[in-house]
Design a protein around this ligand. Structure first.
Ligand code: ITT
Length: 204
């Protein structure tokens, strides 16, 4: 295994996630590159049965394909009224090709048709870091609890942000400024933990 990373690949094809990581990982003292900096690569199938398995699978696969130190995240939204769905299927919910306006409307319709009106929900994020030979060297997790809004609101962020109201706020993630989301989000919490572990690993 190579000793220490000189740069790190943030392996996501989700531009919303990549934007957030560019900001959240500014405390790491090595350059960050994205998939856009590399020749096109096949996307791995997310065949794991947990956020953790899928994050590890993505990090290891991209590391081996590129020979880079690689960080990947698997994340998603768990809704109580839907017994935790869409969860690890968040990106596939409503069909891979469907846009987020459609996914959000579909999720709200589905919740409205449940007997349970428990709109409590949480965003989950698991980050895995793989060395260039595909060995997972560290992992971190974060969550952000909240409730599902009655209708989509706001234009910031990405994905399910317009329908998620974090605890302690009245606005959805998509109504908050990016600086506010980065204080409390599942990704921010997982990022703080992974930064601590990386600095430790690098002896900084
Ligand atoms: P990569 O696998 O390439 O990273 P992806 O979009 O497929 O991209 P995931 O498999 O982790 O990523 O799916 C996560 C899903 O949950 C995806 O639909 C996201 O849009 C959504 N999601 C995750 N974090 C989010 C956040 O902070 N705000 C809104 N939606 C989020």
């Amino acid at each position: 295994m190579d000793n220490k990373p000189e740069r790190i690949l943030i392996a996501t094809s989700n531009t919303g996630k990549f934007r957030e990581y560019s900001d959240l990982l500014s405390g790491i003292p090595i350059p960050i590159i994205g998939l856009a900096n590399l020749p096109p690569l096949p996307e791995p199938d997310e065949t794991g049965s947990s956020f953790s398995e899928n994050a590890a699978l993505k990090a290891a696969r991209y590391a081996v394909l590129t020979g880079e130190w690689t960080m990947a995240d698997d994340s998603g939204l768990e809704v109580n009224a839907l017994n935790g769905a869409p969860g690890i299927h968040s990106a596939r919910f409503g069909g891979y090709g469907s846009d987020y306006r459609t996914k959000n409307e579909l999720l709200l319709d589905l919740i409205a048709r449940q007997e349970s009106d428990d709109r409590k929900a949480r965003f989950v994020c698991t980050i895995a870091v793989a060395s260039p030979d595909g060995v997972i060297v560290m992992e971190a997790q974060g969550e952000c609890r909240g409730v599902i809004a009655e209708s989509p609101r706001g234009i910031n962020g990405f994905g399910y942000d317009p329908i998620f109201i974090p605890n302690g706020f009245e606005q959805t993630f998509a109504e908050l400024r990016s600086e506010e989301k980065r204080e409390i989000s599942h990704r921010a919490r997982a990022s703080s933990e992974i930064i601590r572990k990386m600095l430790d690993f690098m002896g900084v």
